[in-house]
Design a protein. Structure first.
Length: 381
């Protein structure tokens, strides 16, 4: 015959049940397990997508109740097609990709601004900088003048941007410097072996020449130093329109997480760096530190996307890449400016995280009550 449950266990069982019900009622499913969100990112090791990686590394997505699954295609260009076909819910995309989708009037929505300004900087070999007695603290005019006569390496797609940058500073790219085309895999070695005096580079080449080869950033274009070629919006976080319509709360939580990451990169760079080191083990720590330091000015003050910034992004489509035609496109209808505002990114933690904290408090109170009941039972036994 089964033994009866001791009478003193009944209050314990009741209080424990109360605690479980309290947690279940306070914490929705996404606070415990996380709402899934598949996001395609063109490249795993490219720190141009710094805000997204910082949001994931810092646990901000998880804290906001979003379970992000990162999808990295075999090659970067395939990210656009992966997103367009609806194989993922969202995407982190550079200008050429999302502008082509807008020009084709695909059902996408730009939900957040992840980066501003052109991502390239001009980095000079340290021995060259020492010989010219020029450093990063010199006036911009003096630094750009020091480029006169230098051999500057660049990737094929960035030729137009480099020419525009030099022209904005009063230099003729054909007469005042020797421009040398380099493949991405050769830039670091060309810089290290003194085949060029400087390079016009963005991550992942930028972090290498600065961190590994101790290059000197002579022109910080990514930080917005060159006003004539600065842009308020470059990389974006975009979602499929059906996803936004059906799961707006999840998208808003993801945008909130991105906003918190942007603030962390500016306000707590050391903490953000530590998280990124754990998230991206294939990257050298020194390279991550370099990009976090260099891109502090490229991280936007607010991640609210802007329709009027698309023209500047269009100007940054690389040379040789077909320029998307936005004529006749109501670009404002593809930009969700309300998401960043409704996300209240200033909050120290998302709604899901706060609910879990409340539930934990309830559980603590219940356990204290259980202890009191048991103590009284023991005294009267």
């Amino acid at each position: 015959m089964a033994r009866s449950r001791p009478s003193h266990s009944r209050p314990v069982l009741a209080l424990t049940t109360l605690a479980a019900l309290a947690i279940a009622g306070l914490a929705p499913r996404n606070a415990l397990a996380g709402e899934p969100l598949r996001v395609v990112v063109p490249e795993k090791d490219n720190l141009q997508y710094l805000v997204f990686w910082a949001a994931k590394a810092g646990g901000y997505f998880a804290q906001e109740g979003v379970d992000v699954e990162v999808v990295v295609p075999p090659t970067a260009p395939k990210a656009e097609g992966t997103f367009e076909r609806g194989e993922v819910d969202a995407a982190v995309l550079p200008p050429p990709m999302y502008l082509r989708l807008l020009a084709a009037k695909k059902p996408i929505v730009i939900a957040a601004n992840l980066l501003r300004n052109d991502t390239h900087d001009i980095v000079v070999r340290r021995d060259v900088a020492d010989a010219k007695k020029i450093g990063a603290d010199a006036p911009l005019a003096a630094r750009t003048e020091a480029l006169r006569g230098m051999r500057i390496g660049f990737l094929p797609a960035s030729h137009g941007q480099l020419v525009s940058l030099l022209k904005a500073q009063g230099l003729d790219a054909d007469k005042d410097a020797t421009l040398t085309v380099l493949l991405g895999r050769d830039m670091d070695s060309a810089f290290k072996e003194s085949k060029v005096d400087a390079v016009y580079a963005a991550p992942p080449q930028l972090d290498k020449v600065v961190a590994r080869d101790h290059g000197v950033v002579l022109v910080d274009q990514a930080g917005g130093e060159v006003k004539s070629v600065a842009a308020p919006q470059i990389h974006v976080f975009a979602v499929g329109r059906p996803v936004l319509e059906k799961r707006k709360a999840v998208v808003t939580s993801a945008v909130r997480a991105l906003g918190r990451a942007a603030k962390a990169l500016k306000g707590s760079p050391k903490q953000a760096t530590e998280a990124l080191v754990r998230e991206l083990p294939s990257k050298d720590r020194s390279e991550i530190e370099a990009v976090v330091r260099l891109y502090s000015g490229a991280v936007p003050e607010t991640i609210e996307p802007r329709a009027d910034a698309l023209g500047a992004a269009l100007d940054l489509v690389p040379e040789g890449v077909p320029r998307p035609d936005l004529a006749g496109v109501d670009v404002a209808s593809f930009v969700a400016t309300d998401l960043a505002k409704s996300a209240t990114i200033e909050a120290p933690a998302g709604g899901a995280a706060r609910l879990v904290a409340i539930a934990a408090g309830v559980l603590t109170a219940v356990l204290v009550a259980v202890g009191i009941v048991l103590a009284r039972r023991k005294k009267t036994a």
